[in-house]
Ligand binder design. Sequence first.
Ligand code: ADP
Ligand code: ADP
Length: 216
Amino acid sequence: MAKYVVLLGSPGAGKGTQADILTKETGLAHISTGDLFREHIAQKTELGILAQSLMDKGEFVPDDLTIAMVKERISRADCEQGVILDGFPRNPVQADATKLMLNAMGSSVSVVPYIIVPEDVLIQRLSGRWTCRNSGHVYHTMFSPPEKEGICDLCGAELYQRVDDTVETVKKRLRIYMERTSPLIDYYRKQGKLVEIEGDQPIDSVTKDLLATLKK
Ligand code: ADP
Ligand code: ADP
């Protein structure tokens, strides 16, 4: 049976980093709404142009557009075994839409690992995050530096710092997360699907805990 994993956690908790590793280990597809929007921005689509002005300010892209984008992505062949949702759902409306979407496919959310990291660590992580323009792979100046400064180990493309990773916008995103996304913690806890994961550990230790949770 297909597995549908919702990775919960603040911006900077390590969702993208872990989802990339877990995809390789499990064969599940990785759907990151942030990455999908950044692809639209790079391709200058209508959605990309709209998303960019909101994302740069740390604000959400409207629910209807986000939900439609995920619906299309999750119906593709590489999602047959299941997916890891990263950055979606991000509020109760999107969580209800996820339920409907999966029910229509004869399925439901399997498990919700919630990666917990203290706020000072989140700010330190986001302010040192460098992202590959081509592969979207993330690095950190201190915690997981690339072999060659400014260059992606995987594809050799240039690394950049996201406009929304400045301290001011990071603080706003953390506030919005608390207001709009954190209600999902209780939403999934009530359904018995939430599993708390200690996120303030080295990357490979977090992966180990996540893999143990996914195997259950
Ligand atoms: P998210 O997708 O939740 O916003 P990322 O995976 O992009 O988080 O990680 C944010 C930053 O923190 C990146 O620079 C990444 O390299 C770094 N990072 C991720 N996990 C860890 C960890 N366990 N320890 C130290 N740094 C980490
Ligand atoms: P992070 O991993 O640091 O939380 P993301 O890459 O997930 O950042 O998201 C970057 C931005 O993309 C968000 O601040 C928001 O503007 C937009 N975004 C991503 N996912 C969603 C979503 N599910 N709903 C609305 N906006 C989203």
